[in-house]
Write a protein that binds this ligand. Sequence first.
Ligand SMILES: [Zn+2]
Length: 304
Amino acid sequence: MTAKPPPIPFNRELDFEYGRSDRVSPLIRRVIAPNSGPFSFYGTGTYILGSGTVAVVDPGPLIDSHLEAIKAAVAGETVSHILITHTHIDHSPLAAPLKAWCGAPTYGYGPHGSGKIEQGVEVEEGGDRDFAPDVELRDGDVVEGDGWSVEALHTPGHTSNHLCFQLPEEAALLSGDHVMGWSTTIVSPPDGDMKDYMASLYRLAERDDAIYWPTHGAPIETPQDYVRALIAHREAREAGILDCLSDGMIRIDEMVPRLYAGYVPPEMYPAAARSVLAHLVWLVEKGVVSADGPLSIDAAFRPA
Ligand SMILES: [Zn+2]
């Protein structure tokens, strides 16, 4: 019997209109880009911090109408900072034209894959390879604005360069794609890393942030309980993978239907397979599982 992950209390409600700037808290406004999809929900939520002199967080994908919507939202104000949670193509590419328009410097951990390159791992998958921040932030760095400040939290896992931004004035955490309320996040090797992702979840569970503002979807208002549900879900998924292996399944494409039937539609199985690979990479690192040859989606895995 395969262990089934416990349900996660997802919230797929969202009151919005594309291009409209909504004040969602005293210090935060949000404009949503029209890039809905299976991984981006209704689209990228670009956050604007402060009033008068503001930061723009995750300008989003290269969509002209979204750039115009951000410009309209900050009309008559000064953009002093452009903050980037990570370098996926639905987050960072619009930073370049926004910077060309407003002149503000960009802040982020580093180029795509930079957290892995530091560990000697070459990242070959997609991502926004054109973005490099003007200012590289490290864990604990504080960025001060006019009436707002954020502390960078390095939260690798979804990507190796993922940052969350904590806004102390509201005990709020801009959680990027690390923790989203509408869905679990994608953890796809080699840049995505399950061990790092779990460590980043445990770290958030220990904190006392009052609310999370993810890039996609509605805020999370019971964040520690939600993070604990994500941890339990991934732990149960790992147990399910170990069950598959002890039942003699050796290939990821055999395991995915057994693990995900009823959870995700078959067209999402390729993404689910990346997640199973991420778990298996970590199990190999832990010495629990062995693989024939390089760790890839086609490798054969066995209990060690
Ligand atoms: Zn992402």
